[in-house]
Structure formats: C-alpha cells, structure tokens
Write a protein that binds this ligand. Structure first.
Ligand SMILES: [Zn+2]
Length: 371
C-alpha cells in the first residue's frame, strides 16, 4: 500500500523524468545516485505530442498530481460509464489507461468513501422465496459433476440466456420487471425495464434486441408453456420458429442469472430514496458492464463483440490521441475489414485461452476442497 509520502516521492520522480525527457537535462539539485535512477526510470516513459508523459508499454497516460488521480478514480467509478462497479473492474479500467503508484489502493479508498456504495447496498426489492430455489439450482450446477471444461459456443451471438427479474418497485414510467439477456461467448448483456412479465413483453424485447444484433438461439429456464407463447408471438411478428427454447443449460442460465444479480445490485446503489427510478439507470449500467473487463474472459464484452475498445467519457477528457480517421478509399475499407477480421480472431482466441485458464483454476480449487 503506497503511503502519502511514497506517493509524493513517486510523483517527484515522475516530474523529474518528464523534465529530463522534454529538455534532455537533469532538474537542478539531483545527486549522482538520483541521476542514475532517473536514467533507468526514463527508459519506461516517453512524452507524447501533447506534452504528456506516457508509458512506453501500453501507452498509458501518467497522472502525476494526487488531486488529478483522485478525480479520475471518482469519474471512472461513479461516472456515466462507471455506474459504481466494484473494485476489480474499476482498477482494471484505470490500469489499462493510466499509470501512477497505488491505483488499487486509491480505488479501495474511493469506494470506501463513496456514499452510494456504502449506504445503498440493500437490494431494490425484498428477496422472493423463489430466489432461494433458484440459488439451489445454481449451486447444483456448480457441483463438480457439471462439464466444467466444455464451451458449447465458438463465437459471439450464437447462444444467449434470458431471465426475468422482479417484481421490483413500480417506477414512475410504470415498469415493474427487468428482462435480462446474456451472450454465452462474449458475456454481452442486454436488458429492458418492462411493466409486466407477459409473453408479449418478452417477445417485444427479443425482437428489439434481434433487430439490432441479429437473430440468435435463446435459452431460458422459464416455464415451457410460457416459452411456447413467446415463440408464437415471435413467429407472428417475424416468421421465426422456435427461436426461444426451454433448456436446463447450466452455463447459460447461471451466466444470465449472475448478470441479473449484478444489475440489480448496481441499480440498488443508484436508485433514489423511493427506489422508483431504477429504470432510468439501466442503460448506463449496461454500458458500464459491456465496457468493463469480465473476470473470466479478462476482456470486455464490447471488445469481444466489436473487435475494438469503446470510447468512454474519461477517454474524451484525457486521451491525448484523437481517434484515427476512417479510411475513405474503397481499398482501405477492404483492408480495414480484413484487419478487423484478424483482430476479432485474435481476441476470440485470447478469450478461449482465458476461459480455459479460469475453468482450470476453478476445477483445481474445487478438487482441493473435496480432498
Ligand atoms: Zn460508488
């Protein structure tokens, strides 16, 4: 844990490093040993075209002043894209873009001081008894008999799980339920606030999502009769048969259930005191979840889905490099598509590796506990 004194020492060295890189001369008052250490330090950094100190590895912006560090942590944690996500996701997002000593500790301090995180941890609804049953089903699925090593999908948007959360407190817009959906490969989530959990609402939600993202096989553990009703509605709307199926698919059901829990927990931090404006916050939390690094895949759902990072509000405020201009020549577009395909392939391979590593770790942990 970096103390204030250590942080100030580090900031001083970084200020000196910037001077040395910019002017080619040492700041005044340094002894021989300090100059030698500064020469070593400067190998890790460079000054970009806007005069900012950045790391050579990863091109991360070096934030030297403590006040600015605190502001950035607060913006990422609370801001439009942050939506009060937890410590790990906030640290990962910061560490991918910024550099200073003690980022993790600053995030912990920020979250501990964050009134919304400290005070609003109550769920926005009282837990229904069915949640206990659902938890038991999920716990069963977690047992070592489950096929931990298999990944049933090999690409994005092949298979998604769907869940219905609620009843929640009725909002001013008349919404009472949340329909959630999660892509099994990328972990890309979708969600919508709806007034009821009717087959019509679910069919409308699925149509809206599929018209935007493409058609996909949907799995749910909802009642079979309900599933038939949704299919009938979808068939009437777009002629697609059996796009949603009832299946006890432990991975899909567990994944979407976990996302539902995360969404509900995060909503509980940002709702007003009457807890009736939760539907106003769904989109910003979705954006935060989509653009944060996922614990298992070690990649953000956004990057897996689109093959590029999303631009966040913090990037617009801090990035010294402007987004590159889009190619205008037809050949450039072809090259661009080719590059994107390669990049997506590379990302998908990385995801498979990371998921496999996470599964091996989980299996080892379980085997150890069984011994
Ligand atoms: Zn917070």
């Amino acid at each position: 844990m970096a103390s204030d004194l250590e942080k100030e020492k580090s900031a001083r060295k970084l200020r000196h490093c910037r001077v040395l890189l910019l002017t080619g001369t040492y700041p005044k008052g340094l002894n021989k040993n300090e100059k030698r250490m500064l020469r070593c330090l400067k190998e890790k950094f460079m000054v970009d075209s806007s005069g900012k100190l950045v790391t050579i590895e990863g091109n991360r912006e070096v934030v030297i002043e403590q006040k600015e560090q605190e502001e950035i942590v607060k913006k990422v944690h609370e801001g439009q894209g942050g939506a009060h996500l937890g410590r790990d996701k906030t640290v990962q997002e910061l560490a991918a873009k910024f550099y200073w000593k003690g980022i993790s500790n600053d995030v912990i301090q920020c979250i501990n001081k964050c009134s919304k995180c400290v005070q609003h941890k109550k769920p926005i609804r009282a837990r229904a008894k069915s949640s206990v049953v659902e938890k038991e089903v999920l716990d069963q699925a977690e047992k070592p008999t489950a096929p931990l090593h298999s990944i049933p999908v090999s690409g994005t948007w092949e298979l998604v799980g769907i869940d219905i959360v609620g009843p929640l407190p009725t909002t001013e817009n008349g919404n009472k339920y949340l329909i959630t959906l999660c892509d099994l490969f990328s972990r890309w989530p979708e969600a919508a606030a709806v007034p009821d959990k009717s087959a019509d609402s679910v069919a409308k939600f699925l149509m809206e999502v599929m018209m935007r993202m493409g058609f996909v096989k949907v799995i749910t553990n909802q009642d079979g009769e309900f599933v038939n009703l949704v299919n009938a509605k979808l068939s009437k709307k777009c002629g697609v048969q059996l796009s949603i199926v009832k299946e006890c698919h432990f991975q899909a059901n567990r994944m979407v259930k976990r996302f539902s829990d995360t969404l509900e927990t995060t909503l509980s931090k940002v709702v007003n005191k009457d807890r009736n404006d939760w539907d106003d916050h769904v989109n910003s939390i979705l954006f935060a979840y989509r653009t944060s690094v996922h614990t298992t895949t070690k990649l953000s759902p956004f990057v897996v889905m689109f093959g590029r990072e999303a631009v966040l509000p913090i990037d617009l405020m801090h990035s010294s490099s402007q987004p590159s201009a889009q190619p205008t020549e037809p050949e450039s577009y072809e090259k661009f598509v080719e590059t994107m395909k390669k990049e997506r392939k590379r990302i998908h391979e990385r995801l498979m590796e990371n998921v496999e590593q996470a599964q091996t770790r989980r299996k080892k942990h379980k085997d150890k506990n069984l011994d």
